[in-house]
Design a protein around this ligand. Structure first.
Ligand code: S3P
Ligand code: PEP
Length: 442
C-alpha cells in the first residue's frame, strides 16, 4: 500500500433493516502470526481462513523475502514452507509493510536475532508511527538498529550474531511490542521473559505453544509474566484462522443501530483478550446472543445473533481498553446513537494507530452534528439524532472509513468518506458484505 491508487470516496445513506448472515473475514492478528510462525517452523504449515487483506499479503511477501516458500492454494488457503528458527535468509530488497503496524513490528522482532540485515519501510501512515517501542528492546538482544529521527521508518536492523535473552517489562500495553520481543527470543539461548502490566491479545503465546515452543504465562502482582524457552524447533501446523471480532464489529454495530435489523455472524473469535467491545455493547443494552461455542485453531469461537437495540451510554474503564483497542472508532458510532453520554477512558494509544483515531473521530463526528469532546487519553460522545451531511477525512485509516460508513446508514443526511481504499487492508469484502445485508453504500 505504499503507492496507493487514487482516493476512492464512498457515501452511506439511511436504509431499511439489515438482515442476513455476515461472513466476516479471518482474524488479522492471527493471520499475520500464522504466516510468520509458519515461516519459522520446520515443514509445511497449512493455513485456512487466512485474511487476504493487504496488511497480511504484505507479511506473506515479506516471509518470502526472508526465504520461506509461501503459496496460495485457494480462497483463504495457504501453504508456508518454513526455514526453521534462525534460518531466515537476508532479503535482497527493502521490506515494505504497507499500512501494517503488526506486520512491521512482528517481522522486525522475528529477524532481529538472526545475523542478517534488513531495511523496513511502509506507507505514509506507517511512516508516522513509533517504532522505538520495538527497536529499543530489540537492541537489548544485541541487534544494531538505525532509524529516521524519532524512531520512525525506514528502519534498518542488523540482527544480533550472539543474541542474549531478555527480561523485558513492556512500558505500554501493546501486543505488538510483546510479540516482537517473544519472536526475537525464539533465536536467543535461554529464557526470554516479558512482563505485561496489563494483559493484551495473546495470539502469539497461543500459537507459539501450538507450534511446539515451551511458553508459560503466570499471573502475578506485577502483571502477566510470559516466559519463553529459546531455540525451540517449531513444527509446522494446520492453522484454522477464526473470524475477526474487530471486523465483525462493523456489521454488528450497524445492525444494532439500524431499526428493525437482525443479522447473524458465524464463527467469531471470542478470545477474552479481544472481547471488550462485546462486553461494552452488552452493558449498553445491546441484544447479542452467542451460541454454538467451540474451539477453532486453538481459539474460542461462537456464532452471534444481533438485533436492533435501544442503547444507553456507559463509561468504559481504562482497564478494558487493550481488549478493544481497535474498536473505539466503531464504539463511538454506537455511542452517537445511544441515550446519554459514553465516556472512553485510557485510550491514549489510539493517537498512534493508522491515524490519531481520537482526533479523526472527534473531527468526523462533530462535522456530522454529534456532540463530542476529548482529552489526551479519553473521548466522550453524547448520543442523540445524527444530522450527518458531511464528508469525513479518513487519513489512510480503514477503521475510520468503515466507522463513518456505518454511521451514514442512520444519519438524517448521507455521510461520505474521502477515501475507502484503506478498507482493503483488513476487510477487503466490506462493501459487498454490507450491501448484501441491505446497507446503502455507494
Ligand atoms: O498484535 C496485534 O496483532 C495487534 C495489536 C494492537 O496493536 P498494539 O499492540 O500496538 O496495541 C492492535 O491495535 C493491532 O490492530 C493488532
Ligand atoms: C491498529 C491496527 O493495525 P496495525 O497496528 O497492524 O496497523 C488496526 O487494524 O486497527
Amino acid at each position: 500500500m505504499s503507492h496507493p491508487a487514487d482516493p476512492s470516496p464512498l457515501t452511506a445513506r439511511r436504509c431499511g433493516p439489515l438482515t442476513g448472515e455476515a461472513q466476516v473475514p479471518g482474524d488479522k492478528s492471527v493471520s499475520h502470526r500464522a504466516l510468520i510462525l509458519g515461516a519459522l517452523a520446520v515443514g509445511e504449515t497449512r493455513i485456512t481462513g487466512l485474511l487476504e487483506g493487504q496488511d497480511v499479503l504484505d507479511t506473506a511477501k515479506a516471509m518470502q523475502a526472508f526465504g520461506a516458500e509461501v503459496r496460495r492454494l485457494g480462497a483463504g488457503e495457504w501453504a508456508v514452507h518454513g526455514v526453521g528458527v534462525g534460518g531466515f535468509a537476508e532479503p535482497q530488497g527493502v521490506i515494505d509493510c504497507g499500512n501494517s503496524g503488526t506486520g512491521v513490528r512482528l517481522i522486525m522482532g522475528a529477524m532481529a536475532t538472526t545475523p542478517i540485515t534488513a531495511t523496513f519501510t511502509g506507507d505514509a501512515s506507517l511512516s508516522r508511527r513509533p517504532m522505538g517501542r520495538v527497536t529499543d528492546p530489540l537492541a537489548e538482544f544485541g541487534a544494531r538498529i538505525t532509524s529516521r529521527a524519532g524512531g520512525l521508518l525506514p528502519v534498518t536492523i542488523e540482527g544480533a550474531e550472539d543474541a542474549v535473552p531478555l527480561h523485558y517489562r513492556t512500558p505500554v500495553a501493546s501486543a505488538q511490542v510483546k510479540s516482537a520481543v517473544l519472536l526475537a527470543g525464539l533465536n536467543a539461548p535461554g529464557e526470554t521473559v516479558v512482563i505485561e502490566p496489563r494483559p493484551t491479545r495473546d495470539h502469539t503465546e497461543r500459537m507459539l505453544a501450538g507450534f511446539g515452543a515451551e511458553i508459560t504465562t503466570a499471573d502475578t502482582p506485577e502483571g502477566s509474566v510470559i516466559t519463553l524457552k529459546g531455540r525451540p524447533e517449531l513444527r509446522a501446523q494446520a492453522v484454522a484462522v477464526p473470524r475477526d471480532p474487530s471486523s465483525a464489529a462493523f456489521p454488528v454495530v450497524a445492525a444494532l443501530i439500524v431499526p428493525g435489523s437482525q443479522i447473524t455472524v458465524p464463527g467469531v473469535s471470542r478470545n477474552p483478550t479481544r472481547d471488550g467491545l462485546y462486553v461494552t455493547l452488552a452493558e449498553m443494552g445491546a441484544d447479542l446472543a452467542w451460541s454454538n461455542a467451540r474451539i477453532e485453531g486453538g481459539e474460542p469461537v461462537a456464532d452471534l445473533t444481533v438485533r436492533h437495540s435501544t442503547l444507553r451510554g456507559v463509561s468504559v474503564p481504562a482497564e478494558r481498553a487493550a481488549s478493544m483497542i481497535d474498536e473505539f472508532p466503531i464504539l463511538s458510532v454506537a455511542a452517537a446513537l445511544a441515550q446519554g453520554e459514553t465516556v472512553m477512558n485510557g485510550i491514549a494509544e489510539l493517537r498512534v494507530k493508522e491515524s490519531d483515531r481520537i482526533a479523526a473521530m472527534v473531527a468526523g463526528l462533530r462535522a456530522n452534528g454529534v456532540e463530542v469532546s476529548d482529552t489526551p487519553d479519553s473521548m466522550t460522545v453524547c448520543g442523540g439524532p445524527v444530522p450527518g451531511g458531511a464528508r469525513v477525512q479518513t487519513h489512510l485509516d480503514h477503521r475510520i472509513a468503515m466507522s463513518f460508513l456505518v454511521l451514514g446508514l442512520v444519519a438524517e443526511a448521507p455521510i461520505s468518506v474521502d477515501d475507502a481504499g484503506p478498507i482493503a487492508t483488513s476487510f477487503p469484502d466490506f462493501l459487498p458484505l454490507m450491501r448484501g445485508l441491505g446497507a446503502a453504500i455507494s
